[in-house]
Design a protein around this ligand. Sequence first.
Ligand code: SF4
Length: 475
Amino acid sequence: MHSAAGTFKQRASIALKDVTLQASLGKLTREGLVVRRAKAVSEFPEFEALREEGRRIKDHVLAHLDFYLERYEAEVKRAGGQVHWARDAEEARAIVVGLCRAANAKTVARGKSMVGEEIGVADALEEAGNHVVETDLGEYIIQLAHERPSHIIVPAVHKTRAQVADLFKSAHLELGIDGARDSIASLVDEARRVLREQFFRADVGITGANFLIAESGSHIIVTNEGNGDLTSTLPRVHIVTAGIERVVPTLEDASALLRLLARSATGQPTETYTTVTTGPRRAGDLDGPSEYHVVLVDNGRSKMLGGEFRPMLRCIRCGACMNHCPVYASIGGHAYGWVYPGPMGAVLTPLIVGLDKNRDLPNACTLNGRCEDVCPVRIPLPDLLRKIRNLQFERGFAPPALRWGLKAWAFVVQRPRLYHALTPIGARLLALLGGRRGRIASLPLAGGWTQVRDLPAPQGRTFMAIWKDRDRASQ
Ligand code: SF4
């Protein structure tokens, strides 16, 4: 999956001026998923205890990941399926393309899968001559728009109803389908008519997996549209692409995590469809694929597992962190430049794609901690972002101005006398810059801040000066 054009700052500044995007983001973060999650959590008193249990389950699996992956592989084979191991995105793409070629596939149906986006499977299949159809409604919309998902749960959140109607009109008229397109229901109905046809035509169905169950070799997918079930049962070959961290020991562990996932993602007690699949169709089964393959993708995860970023592998891709993030709420998902947006993306993208290629991303965070507060598996996202910043600094990837600024700051704050001598001078200079208005409209070296807001100038004396006076008076 290729990164978007331009720098993070350029993409963010375009997003901030996009009126339609700002309206959609406002609905999502102020009225939509945030409100629904809060209601679901308030109606579920065991939620905090379940978060702790979710964290414990994931930490246990990650500490014994080799054991559970081998157990899972053995069980998949026992059920008649095959497991393929992919070290990176390139290997994963090659495996999926090879499986589709071996199946002599022409049409490939895809269910929503973030790891599928991560490895760029749709582009690889199109290049190999397959016709790829996204079957999740949001993914289908952005496929028609030739865009990437802007949210991991609601991929087309940035699109308005009118924009979707225009996309459907130009794509469906040539198929002879012309709907009313005057309401969301009519648009959904039109998409359903088009996609139904594709399910029956598809030779291969590719889905992700919310969880892989080691004890049975099963995988679980949850959807609200039922497209995952049709994608995995109707085509003659089913391919599951999943990150290696998706494995959990038992079905019971998965059900604890599913309860957290649904409430955190969409504020539902459970998603509409939860499907457990084990291997290909058996004798006597009414439906199901004749071949069942699982592609287990590493793509940087083993490296995370062995170091200080292991907690990031607890992520169950619920999207709550981005829904509660003021940065995501201001710029949306495309500005993050890759598959994963929001706080989880600000950690995952530099770790998978490269610290040097994503210099701005971990620094575009206010570290307000809301993401960690809502994360169902308690991932310390602000702490991980701080660690990435440190690594970038140590490896010389931070911009020179920031590096020298931090060095100067560290020099001064380690010398209290110098610090106390300089702060009143700095405060006075800032007060002078603020003038009579008491607000600074342009500050050297901090142009990004003052470009869209004034900085209040310091008022009166410094805290240390007042403290010293109080100290003297009390003696
Ligand atoms: S980091 Fe936490 S809140 Fe964000 S998507 Fe992952 S599990 Fe959900």
